[in-house]
Design a protein around this ligand. Structure first.
Ligand code: SF4
Length: 219
C-alpha cells in the first residue's frame, strides 16, 4: 500500500495513488517569476494548485514516477510539510507592508525560518511571527509564537490547533532586539530537542506548568 514519501516531501492524496508536494516559500514571500515557474510545471503535469495555511503553494496530483522530475523542474527546496520537524514559520507582513505593524516580523521571521525550518525534533513544531497584537500569524496557536508589542516582542509557547487545541502560554516579553528573541527561541528549541519526550511542546508545558517551564528555559 502506498504511503507518504518523506524523503521526497510527497504526501499521498485521497485517491491513494497520486501525491502532493509543497516547495518551501519562506514567509509566503515570492515573486512573479517563481509563480510562473510553478504554474508552468503544474500545466505540464496537469496538476491542481492549492494555497496552504502554511503560506505555501501545494502542487497536487503528481504520479509517483513523476516526483523526481517535478522537483527537478521546480528547482526549489521542499517545504517541511510532513515529518517530525520544524514544519512552518508563518510570518505576517509587519512593518514592511502593514500599516498596523509595530515591529519587523518579516526580518525576524525569515531569520527564524532560515535557522530552524525542517530541523528534526521529537515532534512537529510550528512557529508564527506577528508584527502586532492582532496576531495574523496565529502566534497563540503555534508551538513557539512571537508577537510584536510597542516595546518589543512577546514570546508564547505551547500553542497548537488540531484534535487537542491549546492556546499558548506567555513565556516572556523581551525588548525590541532580534538577537534577544533568537536567543530565547534557541533555548526553547535546544531544551525541546533534548527533553527525551515525543509529544508536542504544549503537552510538556501543560504537564510542567508555565512557571516551571519558564524556569527551565530562562532560569
Ligand atoms: S499581525 Fe498586525 S502587523 Fe501583522 S498583518 Fe496583522 S495587523 Fe498587520
Amino acid at each position: 500500500m502506498k504511503k507518504d514519501i518523506l524523503e521526497k516531501g510527497a504526501i499521498l492524496q485521497r485517491d491513494r495513488e497520486t501525491y502532493a508536494i509543497a516547495p518551501h516559500i519562506p514567509g509566503g514571500l515570492t515573486d512573479s517569476a517563481t509563480l510562473r515557474k510553478i504554474c508552468a510545471v503544474a500545466d505540464r503535469y496537469g496538476l491542481q494548485l492549492k494555497l496552504t495555511s502554511a503560506q505555501r503553494i501545494m502542487l497536487i496530483g503528481i504520479r509517483e514516477d513523476d516526483l523526481d522530475r517535478v522537483w527537478s523542474e521546480l528547482a526549489e527546496k521542499p517545504g517541511a510539510a510532513i515529518g517530525l520537524c520544524v514544519r512552518s514559520v508563518k510570518i505576517c507582513p509587519g512593518t514592511t507592508y502593514c500599516k498596523r505593524g509595530v515591529q519587523d516580523s518579516i526580518s525576524l521571521g525569515l531569520k527564524i525560518d532560515d535557522k530552524y525550518h525542517a530541523m528534526v525534533l521529537p515532534n512537529k513544531m510550528k512557529m508564527g511571527v506577528s508584527g502586532c497584537m492582532v496576531s495574523c500569524a496565529e502566534s497563540a496557536l503555534k508551538d513557539i509564537g512571537i508577537v510584536a508589542t510597542a516595546k518589543g516582542w512577546r514570546i508564547l509557547v505551547g500553542g497548537n490547533a488540531g484534535a487537542r487545541p491549546r492556546l499558548a502560554d506567555l513565556l516572556t516579553d523581551v525588548e525590541a532586539d532580534e538577537e534577544r528573541v533568537l536567543e530565547v527561541v534557541d533555548r526553547i528549541v535546544s531544551w525541546y530537542r533534548g527533553c527525551g519526550r515525543e509529544v508536542r511542546l504544549g503537552r510538556l508545558v501543560e504537564e510542567m506548568g508555565i512557571d516551571a517551564f519558564r524556569q527551565q528555559i530562562l532560569g
